[in-house]
Design a binder for this molecule. Structure first.
Ligand code: FEO
Length: 168
């Protein structure tokens, strides 16, 4: 495995674990606010991010590289309103998309076709991640300040199941 590619993938493992940590912090915040559906959704999201990290981890060893784990920053504790939480999630996913795009650019520069092919799954996944967060934001905006609406949305978000995700 090319050294620059190996280093970039190790940084992406850190970014995916950092995403998991962020979503887990959001889950804990929602839990404290009795938004149990949001908390459950965020915990599943955190698990997904760990799976994203593990896919990169596996790829490193499949291609003769070496995993070096990097430190994670402490996530913040206060995320504001339910709208603020999902807006922060969307901003974060946009950041991750830009990181995946940079990896793709690196794969082209290095003419590393196997890496290019491997990254395609992440490119598609990022489209889905951004669209899901944007859809939830649109729903929250429709609901406005309605307590009943937030209650219903929280319930709906709580119906997301880990099994459904892995079946996709
Ligand atoms: Fe692994 Fe949500 O990007």
């Amino acid at each position: 495995m090319d050294k620059a590619v190996n280093d970039a993938v190790n940084k992406q493992i850190q970014a995916e674990m950092d995403s998991a940590y962020l979503y887990l912090a959001m889950a804990a915040y929602a839990e404290a606010k009795d938004l149990n559906g949001v908390a459950s959704w965020m915990k599943i999201q955190a698990q997904e991010e760990m799976e994203h990290a593990m896919k990169f981890y596996g790829y490193v060893y499949q291609t003769g590289g070496e995993v070096e784990l990097l430190a994670l920053p402490k996530p913040k504790k206060d995320f504001g309103s339910i709208l603020d939480i999902f807006e922060a999630a969307l901003d974060h996913e946009k950041l991750i998309t830009s990181k995946i795009n940079s990896l793709y650019e690196l794969s082209m520069k290095k003419k590393d076709y196997a890496f290019q092919s491997f990254l395609k799954w992440y490119i598609d996944e990022q489209v889905e991640e951004e669209s899901t967060a944007a859809d939830i934001i649109a729903q929250i905006k429709m609901i406005g300040d309605s307590k009943e609406g937030i209650f219903m949305l929280d319930k709906e978000l709580g119906s997301r199941s880990a099994e459904e995700e892995s079946a996709e």
